[in-house]
Design a protein around this ligand. Structure first.
Ligand code: 13P
Length: 259
């Protein structure tokens, strides 16, 4: 049974005081699901100090692949690792706005793993690619290139996030059917590497997840949680999403106990 993951990608939002206020205002309790928050680098230390006793896991939103040196403005995996366990790599905003291609992303994945960070590796097709029926080809390519040269032990540490570009920040969430079909495809593709890993790898969905659509997405067999942007910014909203994730995780445990 795979654990439910409720992850917030705060993108470029909040100040240190707002992080403290957010954590104090959260009203969810969880024991079974995993809650991850990914703030800007400047907020990692504040979230680490305020959130670690509450069971919040911390993720960064980016790293540079070199380990140190003259790379003004960049942050290495080792620097991030002081505060975070996870790092988002391959988000479509990094691919599109910052021109990060598959080969850069692959170096970032390898660097993160090397420092002991767990990558949340994002893949997703654009609306044009879906309209022209290229979505499976694109996802396969992003997975193969981004996860190139990883050992089976490394792949076990990855979380895959399927984030269709057309669903990010648009309010147009993927239907449960679209999400399930792609998550199934991704899991099946990982089976080419190893069947056990494929069964256990977390594959989470991202793109316009909100309180009123999260449960329907989460019920899909191959969806193990969500990477949430806008709806993760408000403490009470995010708490409600955690409650949905926690309840679903408990239901899964009960189902597996009774079978
Ligand atoms: P929204 O939830 O705001 O659509 O953003 C999704 C996302 O990009 C998470 O990484």
């Amino acid at each position: 049974m795979r654990q439910v993951i409720v992850a917030g990608n705060w993108k470029m939002n909040k100040t240190s005081q707002q992080v403290i206020d957010f954590v104090n205002k959260m009203n969810a309790e969880w024991k079974k699901c995993k809650v991850i928050i990914c703030p800007s680098h400047s907020l990692l230390s504040t979230l680490y100090q305020t959130g670690k006793n509450k069971g919040i896991c911390i993720g960064a939103q980016n790293i540079y692949y070199e380990s140190k040196g003259a790379f003004t403005g960049e942050t290495s995996s080792d620097q991030v690792k002081e505060f975070a366990e996870y790092v988002i790599i391959g988000h479509s905003e990094r691919r599109r706005i910052f021109g990060e291609d598959d080969s850069i992303l692959n170096k970032k994945v390898l660097s993160a793993l090397n420092s002991g960070l767990r990558p949340i590796f994002c893949v997703g097709e654009s609306s044009q690619q879906r309209k022209t029926h290229k979505e499976y080809e694109i996802i396969k390519e992003q997975l193969d290139n981004g996860l190139r040269s990883l050992s089976t032990d490394d792949i076990k540490k990855i979380i895959i996030a399927y984030e269709p570009v057309w669903a990010i920040g648009t309010g147009e969430v993927a239907t449960p059917q679209i999400a399930q079909e792609m998550h199934f495809f991704i899991r099946n593709h990982i089976k080419n590497i190893d069947g056990d890993i494929a069964d256990n790898i977390p594959i989470i969905y991202g793109g316009s997840v909100k309180v009123d659509n999260f449960y329907d997405i989460l019920r899909c067999d191959d969806v193990d949680g969500a990477l949430i942007g806008g709806a993760s910014l408000d403490a009470l909203n995010f708490s409600d999403l955690i409650k949905i994730g926690e309840k679903h995780n408990i239901d899964l445990i009960n189902m597996s106990d009774s079978s």
